[in-house]
Design a protein around this ligand. Structure first.
Ligand code: MLC
Ligand code: AMP
Length: 496
């Protein structure tokens, strides 16, 4: 039986005694014992009724068992659907309704809430912050081998929800081939090997921390210093014994803000990689001046995995995201037609990395994925004569805060639904730590409605990182002659 992703990422490690994960408490898990744990969890999934093609929803803490659960989902032939741990019950409810999973694994602390959403129709297992919970209890006694389900390159391995400019989140269907091809390309390009030690401080419910960081490590057999989150002191402490860091720009600005971060501390590091949000050229330059390391900036998206990368050997140019990855085509278009080098246009991408479409949304898929295979990213860019790409803006109305994508429309919908609100405009302004932060301009129908009560209504509906950090009451929203709200003007007026 072949299983494209399992055979490449997990099976080869069955007798690999090298260390895979090292936790915050110093616990080390070898590759071989990890593969055995994957098998035990695969038995739990199968016993819960999970069949090939079924979705397994995971909203759980960042633990070694959570990584093994990803492997187990692949081994049973099911589809891994990770959810941000910050999502509220309202948000989770939508994902469960849309994806109709065969199993939900949640934090033990959220069991009652999740069970209420599932209403007995979907089994729920738990994984607590300390590693306890029904998932691990059931796994502990299970056999350490599992007959891997057959899955081919075009079968689905992941379903990752990404918010949309039209409000509702869309599930991006990722095939075995999509994930494996990109991991192979990146591992080769960034020269990741079994000699590497990666500092892993990203969440594992998004493409960056899950697929970019973990799939490349699994493919190369690298050691992963697996951290619960980005803790500046802990990251600093690990740098001398590590070779690789993958992060969002906030990681790098926080490191630079600390005087202990210098050339000497980073002398053993091989590569610092940044992505998920724009890295300011000044951050790249300050980093190089302080450490002699040129951060390698790459560009990607949930729907496409990674698209471009600055070179490993060769100039990494601040403010650019490098060249299209090998086997990936990037074209810049205007009205669907390629433009000349140096002209700004829509970034479109085609290749084995590009997803299979949006789950149960054929119309949305047709709007963004052309018949010829090109995916319309919504990012505006320019390609120079050497094929080097720079992102110059976004056509989609999107705020990226600390690497998390926040779609204004989703927040505006919640605010506009409040009795006494006439309309709202949610926009991003620059923020020293998160790159951008969220503000909301509101026009009231009822003057007595307070900002506190608006914020209190928004809070239970949206994850904390999406909450506007400031509400501004206006008499009217600024509009152009076409009647369109001028968010650029709002951004200018309210920039810090
Ligand atoms: C946390 N908070 C945020 C936030 N992260 N607010 C806005 N934006 C964020 N990104 C809020 C919390 O709700 C909390 O609010 C307060 O900040 C402190 O929380 P924290 O957990 O202590 O924050 P911290 O650990 O410092 O986290 C910041 C961060 C984290 C930048 C390290 O957000 C992070 O790891 N971001 C990475 C996101 C990521 O992986 N993106 C990849 C997407 S994939 P309060 O008020 O309650 O205290 C993708 C494709 C690609 O984009 O190309 O990679
Ligand atoms: P997501 O939908 O969460 O996968 O986020 C993808 C979006 O993040 C892209 O469409 C870009 O707008 C943005 N992004 C990712 N990497 C970069 C980068 N290096 N520079 C600028 N924007 C980026």
């Amino acid at each position: 039986m072949t299983n494209t992703l399992y055979d490449a990422l997990f099976a080869p490690h069955a007798i690999n005694t090298a260390t895979f994960l090292v936790g915050d408490d110093g616990t080390e898990v070898s590759y071989a014992s990890f593969v055995r744990r994957v098998a035990q969890l695969a038995h739990v999934l199968r016993d819960a009724g999970v069949q090939p093609g079924d979705r397994v929803v995971v909203q759980a803490p960042k633990l070694m068992d959570t990584v093994a659960l990803y492997g187990a989902t692949v081994q049973t032939g099911a589809v891994y659907l990770p959810l941000n741990t910050a999502y509220t019950q309202d948000e989770v409810s939508y994902f469960l309704g849309d994806a109709a999973p065969a199993l939900v694994v949640c934090d033990a602390a959220a069991e009652a809430e999740v069970a209420a959403i599932c209403q007995d129709s979907t089994p729920v297992l738990t994984l607590a912050q300390d590693g306890s919970g029904s998932l691990s209890v059931q796994a502990d006694g299970k056999p350490t081998t599992f007959e891997t389900a057959a899955r081919g390159p075009d079968d689905l391995a992941g379903l990752l929800y990404t918010s949309g400019t039209t409000g509702r989140s869309k599930g991006a269907m990722m095939s075995h081939k999509n994930l494996l091809s990109n991991a192979q390309t990146l591992t080769e390009l960034w020269q990741i090997t079994a000699q590497d030690r990666l500092i892993h401080a990203l969440p594992i419910f998004h493409t960056h921390g899950l697929f970019v960081a973990l799939n490349t490590s699994l493919l190369a057999g690298a050691e992963v210093r697996f951290m619960a989150g980005f803790d500046l002191d802990k990251v600093m402490a690990e740098i001398p014994a590590s070779t690789l860091l993958m992060g969002v720009p906030t990681f790098y600005t926080r490191l630079l803000d600390d005087a202990r971060f210098d050339r000497d501390l980073t002398r053993n590091m091989r590569l610092f990689i940044s992505g998920s949000a724009p890295l300011l050229a000044e951050t790249h330059t300050a980093f190089a001046e302080r450490t002699d390391h040129h951060i390698l900036e790459r560009y990607g998206m949930t729907e496409t995995n990674m698209i471009t990368s600055n070179p490993y050997d060769g100039a990494r140019i601040a403010g650019t995201v490098g060249h299209a990855l090998p086997d990936t085509e990037v074209t810049i278009t205007e009205n669907g037609k390629p433009v000349a080098a140096g002209q700004i246009g829509m970034i479109e991408v085609r290749g084995n990395n590009v997803f299979q479409g949006y789950w149960k949304m054929p119309e949305k898929t047709a709007e963004e994925l052309r018949d010829n295979g090109f995916f319309i990213t919504g990012d505006l860019g320019v390609k120079d004569a050497d094929g080097r790409i720079s992102i110059v803006g976004r056509q989609k109305d999107l705020i990226i805060s600390g690497g998390y994508n926040i779609y204004p429309k989703e927040i505006e919908d919640v605010i506009n639904d409040i009795d006494g609100v006439l309309e709202s405009a949610v926009f991003g302004v620059p923020h020293a730590d998160f790159g951008e932060t969220v503000l909301a301009a509101i026009v009231l129908e009822e003057a007595s409605l307070s900002i506190e009560s608006i914020a209190a209504t928004v809070a239970p509906q949206l994850a904390r990182f999406k909450h506007p950090r400031q509400y501004i009451i206006m008499d009217a929203l600024p509009r152009n002659t076409m009647g369109k709200v001028q968010k650029n003007l709002l951004r200018e007026i309210y920039a810090p």
